[in-house]
Design a protein around this ligand. Sequence first.
Ligand code: ADP
Ligand code: MG
Length: 249
Amino acid sequence: MSALVTTSLVKRFGGVQATDNVSLTVESGQLHAIIGPNGAGKSTLIGQLAGEIKPDAGSIELFGNNVTAQSVVARANMGLARTYQITQLAKEFTALDNVLLAANAKASSNFRFWASAHADTKAVDQSLAALAKVGLLDAKDRTVGELGHGEQRQLEIAMALATEPKVLLLDEPLAGMSQGESAAMIALLKSLKGRYPMLLVEHDMDAVFQLADCVSVLVYGRIIATGAPDEIRSNADVRAAYLGDEVNA
Ligand code: ADP
Ligand code: MG
């Protein structure tokens, strides 16, 4: 079964057609990348998938269930987790605190009839496991402010993982990173690939072509091409509309 399916999704902001009949499928176990210029509607699409933005038309299925009218919380409880283009961390708290916050938010809705101590233990275990997965276990007691930018972005992935997600939506996880930080993040995403279906919005072409099983190109809210990285690289429409001289394959 597909992890995520959108059918003819439409979102307008005044005169701007931010999402223009987007039909998209994220297959189970696949990393599906969305590329496109600034303002193409990538973040708006993620917002609709997460339930933060209400589409004007069209539908969204999560693991075969129509969730178009479901809340953010309901979708999170079904296993949807996202990260943001701009970091959303509590700077004065430790790495572990931030991850615990995410894990507890999920646990409290799932286990509200349980003894709270029990839920806490589970949340701590989940949080430590998530920090380990992103390579930040040693940094668990450092405050976010003491972490580098790359580590902060890894921490955001840990927060998503601590909710024990079934699908991940990642909005430009490489944004603003140095080359070294990017390499670490790409390695992390590679390690998660296959374990979680992922929708990756990303500007960094090299990263996308290294990581993705499938790439969709979004221009002015519309998907102009979907295919394997090699097909997208050589697609004439894509090159004309977006890649231009960036890709000299
Ligand atoms: P991307 O993430 O690809 O850069 P966005 O989804 O952020 O693109 O934006 C797509 C278009 O929708 C842009 O023209 C943007 O200005 C517009 N837009 C996004 N969010 C809003 C909003 N809340 N109100 C009005 N216009 C918006
Ligand atoms: Mg964006």
